[in-house]
Design a binder for this molecule. Structure first.
Ligand code: ADP
Ligand code: MG
Length: 297
C-alpha cells in the first residue's frame, strides 16, 4: 500500500521510444550482457535479452500493475539501484498494444509465454525457450488512435537513438540494433563505435564526476550533450546552465552519486532529475577549471 502511494503513476507508454526505453531498462535490470532490438516500424518492435528471465509462475505478475520484483519496502525507494521499481511499465504497455513476453528463468527448464492485448490476457502457456527474455510489442497504440497519429516517420530514428543512448552508458553490454552490432567494450571504444573512429575527446574527472568533451557531432550535426546520473540519461537544468556558462558545448557527462542524493522520483518518466547535493556543481566547475584545457569549440 505505502509503496503504491509513494509512486507517482505516469505517462509511461507516452511514445514508442518511451516504451522501448522501459524494455531496455528491464533487460539491463535482468543482468543482460546482450540486448538486441529489432524494429519493424515505430509500432512494432521487440527486445531480446540474455538476462535472468522470468519464473513461469511470475509471468502474469509481470504485466500486473504495481507488481515489481525489485523493491519490497517503501524505504527501498531511497536506495534503488535498478532502473525499474514501480512495476508499472509492462502493465502500461500491455494496455495499449499487443504485447507478448517469452522467457525462461535461469534454473527452470521450461520457458513460458504470455500474450496480452489492450489489457486482456489472451494466453499463458509453457513453451520451450532457449533463455533470457523476449518482449514483443505489436500494434502499439492500436486502441489510442489519436496518440498514434502524433508519431511519424521520424520516430524510427528516435528509437535507434534510444538504443544508442543506453549503449553509451553501458559499454560492457553488447547491443544489436537490427543489423548493426556494438560489441561489449570499454567506454572509450564504445564512444568510437557510436561517434566514429576519428573522434577526439578530453577528460576531466573527479571521484564522482567524469566529463568528456568532444568535438564530434552526431549524424544530424546536432551538438553532443549527454548527462548520465547513475547511468540514467537525464536532464539536469542546473548542470546544463553551468556548462553553458563555462562555454562547454559538446559533452558527455557521467555522474555517480549515492541513490539517496538524487531525486529520480520527480517525474514519472524519470528524465528530469534534481540534485539534492549541490556540491556536485562545484565539483564540475572545479575539475573544468583545474584539470583540463578546453578544446576550442
Ligand atoms: P519494474 O521494472 O518497475 O519492476 P516493469 O513493469 O517494467 O516494472 O516489469 C515488471 C516485472 O517484470 C519486473 O519487476 C521483472 O520482475 C519482470 N521483468 C520485466 N522485464 C523483464 C526482463 N527483460 N527480464 C527479466 N524480468 C523482467
Ligand atoms: Mg521496468
Amino acid at each position: 500500500e505505502e509503496v503504491v502511494l509513494k509512486i507517482a503513476s505516469g505517462q509511461i507508454a507516452s511514445s514508442p521510444s518511451a516504451v522501448l526505453k522501459e524494455l531496455i531498462e528491464n533487460a539491463l535490470d535482468a543482468g543482460a550482457t546482450e540486448v538486441t532490438v529489432k524494429i519493424d516500424d515505430p509500432f512494432n518492435f521487440r527486445v531480446i535479452d540474455n538476462g535472468i528471465g522470468i519464473p513461469y509462475k511470475d509471468l502474469p505478475l509481470a504485466v500486473e500493475r504495481f507488481a515489481t520484483s525489485k523493491i519490497e519496502k517503501a524505504e527501498d525507494l531511497e536506495r534503488i539501484k535498478t532502473y525499474g521499481f514501480r512495476g508499472e511499465a509492462l502493465h502500461a504497455i500491455s494496455q495499449v498494444s499487443h504485447l507478448q513476453i517469452k522467457s525462461r528463468y535461469r534454473n527452470e527448464n521450461i520457458g513460458g509465454k504470455i500474450e496480452v492485448k489492450g489489457g486482456k490476457v489472451l494466453s499463458l502457456s509453457p513453451i520451450p525457450f532457449s533463455g533470457g527474455t523476449t518482449v514483443i510489442v505489436n500494434s502499439l497504440f492500436f486502441n489510442t488512435p489519436v496518440r498514434k497519429k502524433t508519431f511519424d516517420g521520424r520516430e524510427k530514428k528516435r528509437l535507434i537513438q534510444t538504443v544508442k543512448t543506453f549503449a553509451l552508458c553501458h559499454p560492457e553490454v553488447t547491443f544489436r540494433i537490427d543489423a548493426e552490432t556494438l560489441p561489449a567494450t570499454s567506454l572509450k571504444e564504445r564512444i568510437r563505435q557510436l561517434f566514429g573512429e576519428s573522434i577526439h575527446f578530453n577528460y576531466a574527472t573527479s571521484e564522482r564526476v567524469k566529463l568528456l568533451f568532444t568535438s564530434a557531432f552526431d549524424d544530424e550535426r546536432k551538438k553532443v550533450s549527454y548527462i548520465f546520473v547513475n547511468r540514467r540519461a537525464v536532464t539536469v537544468s542546473e548542470i546544463e546552465k553551468l556548462l553553458e556558462e563555462l562555454r562547454v558545448k559538446n559533452y558527455i557527462l557521467f555522474i555517480d552519486l549515492p541513490p539517496q542524493e538524487v531525486d529520480v522520483n520527480v517525474t514519472p518518466s524519470k528524465e528530469r532529475v534534481f540534485l539534492k547535493d549541490k556540491k556536485v556543481l562545484k565539483e564540475i566547475e572545479e575539475i573544468l577549471k583545474s584539470n583540463v584545457s578546453l578544446p576550442s569549440i
